[in-house]
Every structure is written in structure tokens, then in C-alpha cells.
Design a protein around this ligand. Structure first.
Ligand SMILES: *[C@@H]1O[C@H](CO)[C@@H](O)[C@H](O)[C@H]1NC(C)=O
Ligand SMILES: *[C@@H]1O[C@H](CO)[C@@H](O)[C@H](O)[C@H]1NC(C)=O
Ligand SMILES: *[C@@H]1O[C@H](CO)[C@@H](O)[C@H](O)[C@H]1NC(C)=O
Ligand SMILES: *[C@@H]1O[C@H](CO)[C@@H](O)[C@H](O)[C@H]1NC(C)=O
Length: 176
């Protein structure tokens, strides 16, 4: 038999638990901009390395099947010598058989600035043709826990001879 005192204590505890539940009003919104440097040239200095491609019998004009692993610099300005904020680590895959289109999966790992120690995960499609491309941000760590959002990409610079490129990422996040 549960006494009425015990019941009222239980009720009080339940009320406290309810009051202690996260208010969820504290969701933050962050916008940031970084420059992503795809350096495929420069031998040992390259930060983007092709590790696989389709067999020659399946070669396509779009490079369908090739896989590139990256550890690209992320800087606060458009120059590779601008302040280094973090690294973009992951892969991109030529996933369009008839279109120039990438499947991208990478983490932005921050190593300096106000987001040092935090990261965000980006997974999405990246077509070559539109001037502005968009990819989803699907998660994060550190200050970006529970992150979701998107980034908009604009090519800032591209060297057709080497394939090196600098891309501006404008990132819009909601997170804890
Ligand atoms: C690699 O980078 C170093 C330092 O910036 C530079 O001196 C060297 O010439 C580069 N190597 C190549 C092959 O580009
Ligand atoms: C890839 O090449 C092989 C051998 O030539 C061929 O049998 C196959 O159909 C090709 N696959 C595609 C997707 O074109
Ligand atoms: C990047 O900075 C270096 C050193 O300050 C400079 O020589 C170079 O011209 C700059 N590149 C661009 C694309 O602004
Ligand atoms: C970034 O964070 C790491 C780990 O906390 C720390 O060792 C490092 O000094 C920080 N870097 C800067 C530039 O603040």
C-alpha cells in the first residue's frame, strides 16, 4: 500500500523532472564562411589525392567512378596563406555517369578560431555546373552538437591546367 505522502512526493518529483526537461528554446543559429582549398597538384603538397578510378573499359568523360580522398585546408580568407581555421577531411566520388556530379562526404574539423575542437559533417551532392551549389550539414560535435543546416558553395578560383580550386563555403547552422 503506497501512502498518500509517498504519492505526493512522487508527484513532486515528476513535476520537478518535467520542469527540468530541456526548454529547447536555447537552439542557436550560426553562420560562418570558410574557403576550401582543393590542391591536387604539387606532388607531396597535394591535399586531394585520387585513390581509385573506373576500369578503362568503363572510362567516361565525366570521370564516373573516381574516388578522391581529401585533407584540404579551410581558411578564413580566399588565399591559401590566409589564417588556417581547420581541415576538410573526407572523400568525393564522381557519381554522375553522364553529368559532372560528385558525391561528397567530409568533416570540417576546426583547429583554430572560436570553433577550435568542434566539427561539422557534410554529406551531399555537388554538381559542377550551377554557380551556387548546396549541400546539407547533417551533424556536428563540440559547439555544433545536434547541428543541421546547409552550405552554399561558390567557386572562387579554378586552375583548369592543374585542377586546383578554391571554393567559398557559406554555412548556415542550427545547433545546441
Ligand atoms: C611544396 O611546398 C613547399 C613549401 O611551400 C615548396 O617549397 C615546394 O616547392 C612544394 N613542392 C611542390 C612539388 O610543389
Ligand atoms: C564496363 O565495362 C565492361 C567491360 O567492357 C562492360 O561489360 C560493362 O557493361 C561496362 N559497364 C558500364 C556501366 O558501362
Ligand atoms: C596569396 O598570398 C600570397 C602571399 O601573400 C601572394 O603572393 C599571392 O598572390 C596571393 N594569391 C592570391 C590568389 O591572392
Ligand atoms: C585548439 O584546441 C586544442 C585542443 O584544445 C589546443 O591544444 C590548441 O592550442 C588550440 N589551438 C588554438 C590555436 O587555440
Amino acid at each position: 500500500m503506497v501512502s498518500s505522502t509517498a504519492l505526493s512526493v512522487l508527484a513532486a518529483l515528476l513535476l520537478l523532472a518535467a520542469a527540468g526537461a530541456p526548454a529547447s528554446a536555447a537552439e542557436k543559429e550560426t553562420r560562418l564562411r570558410v574557403y576550401w582549398h582543393d590542391v591536387v597538384s604539387g606532388g607531396p603538397n597535394a591535399t586531394a589525392v585520387q585513390v581509385a578510378e573506373a576500369p578503362s573499359s568503363n572510362a567516361s568523360a565525366t570521370g564516373f567512378g573516381s574516388v578522391v580522398v581529401i585533407d584540404n585546408s579551410l581558411t578564413d580568407g580566399p588565399n591559401l596563406t590566409s589564417r588556417l581555421l581547420g581541415r576538410a577531411q573526407g572523400v568525393y566520388v564522381s557519381a554522375g555517369k553522364d553529368s559532372l556530379s560528385l558525391f561528397v562526404a567530409m568533416n570540417f574539423v576546426f583547429i583554430d578560431g572560436e570553433y577550435n575542437g568542434s566539427s561539422i559533417a557534410i554529406i551531399g551532392p555537388n554538381r559542377a555546373d550551377p554557380a551556387v551549389r548546396e549541400m546539407p550539414v547533417v551533424g556536428g560535435t563540440g559547439v555544433f552538437r545536434f547541428a543541421r543546416g546547409y552550405c552554399q558553395l561558390r567557386t572562387h578560383w579554378f586552375d583548369a591546367k592543374t585542377g586546383d580550386a578554391t571554393v567559398e563555403y557559406k554555412i548556415h547552422l542550427r545547433h545546441d
